[in-house]
Design a protein around this ligand. Structure first.
Ligand code: BES
Ligand code: MN
Ligand code: ZN
Length: 530
């Protein structure tokens, strides 16, 4: 049933502009940890051979404790284990009333500093422990601008709270949710140093965009429809000087986008394809990024059982990551062209929905037999991949919460990487590692290809159940134009955190893949794609 426009509750005009996200301020400070006014001073504590050791950066704090801070922490039960938080009242001589010691894990080998991810996670844990506070003075081991960037990133990523309430402008702040830590000050850093300034600016822009993705993912599906998502992209594009094109259901029909239309036709909230582009006049490379944007995945006529559908507002995490990455590239002024494609649809069962057995005529002319309407992500992505390929980018990378099989294979914190080019797959894996995101390369075995043969169409949207994540990748590969390097990130595991927060990762939408994609854009800007 399709309602007339007058009754349609899913129009963007029914969507009130949300409060701006609470932005945590980052400051670099030359002050010593003792002299800085803050609600708490954050120090690092590591696991020594026998007892905990206080990490570099906290010398002034340790001095205020008469050089006995490690012993005091040990008395309080601290071990220095990763993720551990110990709060204690300050000693005289410290401006902050509380010392917060955060565990760093093992002491690094002589001469080595703490690796970036250890710093990010510890800073994130500290930020979360300080939520609701005004200012944290971070006296963690920062030996370089890169370390400062890592601590800043972790602290800002940990200082996230989804405070959009019903997602409709109502603020859900209450006693339990006082909002994130309002200010992160990095002590003992160099605010006038070019490298430190650049690291701080990068962290601020990057995390703001990870948080944009998190907000979009956490917004309930009755609010964030495809049209509303598209409107958000257009608004952000205006603000940051990006170009957008939005194909609505009429334009999609005219263009022959049978995959996106087939998935979206069961919903009262019609589908959209958004092209959002950032260009740099001196760019040498052009990347196309494609995001799966299923604003709700009920499974369609192949309906998901209860227990498998409560978190499916997260099924647009790929599109959120792509959108956020394009805005981040603009904020950072990267010397690269980035074209984001957001394939937006809601997958619902109804009298107008695609049935199992239907054949869709995809963008570009291939036909697909829909054996399972719950394998919808690959259908919307296929149209977008074909369309993106027409512009002959140097590489295409798609990001999608694509398969439960990938979650079974790699768990909840690691995404799978597939590619038609082994070297590019390796590069993506390295880039994710640099960015601090867990990932693993996966194959596209050619023996699985025949399982998606169809007697009535060019392809079926489902095949062999075993290795289902790889079968999905093999399906997508069929839509990549000859000669184009393509990568596929299946983020179904890490996109949405259903358990408690950890490190700098909150409950709910995580913003998975944003940091990897931004790093990819930076590498492309440096002409260094490996
Ligand atoms: N959106 C789901 C995949 C998913 C599962 C994302 C768990 C996040 C967490 C996807 O559209 C889906 O339903 N895939 C099916 C494919 C199958 C029918 C071939 C799956 O994985 O079961
Ligand atoms: Mn599905
Ligand atoms: Zn899905």
């Amino acid at each position: 049933m399709r309602r007339g426009a007058a009754y349609n509750p899913y129009r963007p005009t029914n969507y009130r502009k949300r409060d701006p996200t609470t932005v945590t301020v980052l400051t670099l400070s030359t002050s010593s940890a003792a002299a800085l006014r803050a609600d708490a001073v954050v120090v690092g504590v590591a696991k020594g051979a026998k007892s905990p050791v206080v990490a570099a950066g906290a010398e002034a704090v340790d001095k205020a404790f008469g050089g006995k801070l490690a012993a005091v922490l040990e008395t309080l039960g601290a071990t220095g284990a990763e993720g551990e938080v110990t709060k204690l009242p300050s000693a005289s001589g410290l401006k902050a009333p509380v010392v917060l010691a955060v565990g760093l894990g093992e002491v690094p080998a002589k001469g080595d500093g703490y690796d970036a991810e250890t710093l990010r996670r510890a800073a994130g844990v500290a930020s979360r422990a300080l939520s609701g506070s005004k200012k944290g003075a971070f006296a963690l081991p920062i030996g370089s601008a890169a370390d400062a960037g890592a601590v800043a990133e972790g602290a800002l990523l940990g200082a996230y709270a989804y405070d959009k309430g019903n997602g409709n402008g109502k603020n859900a702040k209450d006693k339990k949710n006082n909002g994130p830590l309002a200010e992160v000050a990095l002590v003992g850093t160099k605010p006038r140093d070019k490298e430190y300034k650049a690291a701080a600016e990068r962290a601020t822009a990057l995390v703001a965009e990870v948080n944009r993705a998190r907000d979009l993912i956490n917004t309930p599906s009755n609010v964030l429809t495809p049209a509303v998502f598209a409107a958000e992209a257009v608004a952000a594009a205006k603000e940051h000087g990006l170009k957008t094109e939005v194909l609505d259901e009429k334009a999609l029909k005219k263009g022959g986008y049978g995959g996106i239309l087939g998935v979206g036709q069961g919903s009262d909230a019609p589908p959209r394809l958004v092209r959002i582009a950032y260009t740099h006049p001196k760019a040498e490379k052009t990347l196309a990024l494609i995001g799966k944007g299923i604003t709700y995945d009920s499974g369609g006529i192949s309906l998901k059982p209860a227990g498998h559908n409560e978190t499916m507002k997260c099924d647009m995490s790929g599109a959120a990551a792509v959108f956020a990455t394009v805005v981040a590239a603009a904020k950072l002024g990267l010397r690269v062209n980035l074209t984001g494609w957001l394939a937006l649809a809601e997958n619902m069962p109804s009298g107008s929905a695609t049935r199992p057995g239907d054949v869709l005529s995809m963008y570009g002319g291939k036909t697909v037999e829909v054996l399972n309407t719950d394998a919808e992500g690959r259908l919307v992505l296929a149209d977008a991949i074909t369309r993106a390929g027409e512009e002959k980018p140097d590489a295409i990378v798609d990001v999608a919460t694509l398969t439960g099989a990938m979650v079974l294979a790699l768990g909840n914190r690691t995404f799978g990487i597939m590619s038609n080019d082994e070297a590019f797959r390796t590069t993506l894996h390295e880039i994710a590692e640099e960015a601090g995101e867990q990932s693993w390369p996966m194959p596209l075995p050619s023996d699985l290809r025949k399982s998606i043969d169809s007697p009535v169409a060019d392809l079926a949207n489902m095949g062999e159940r075993m290795g289902g994540g790889l079968v999905a990748g093999i399906f997508l590969k069929e839509f990549v134009a000859d000669g184009i390097t393509w990568g596929h990130l299946d983020i179904a595991g890490p996109a949405f955190n259903e358990s408690g927060p950890f490190g700098y990762t909150p409950k709910g939408g995580t913003g998975s893949a944003v940091r990897t994609l931004v790093r990819l854009a930076e590498r492309a800007a440096d002409g260094d794609l490996g």
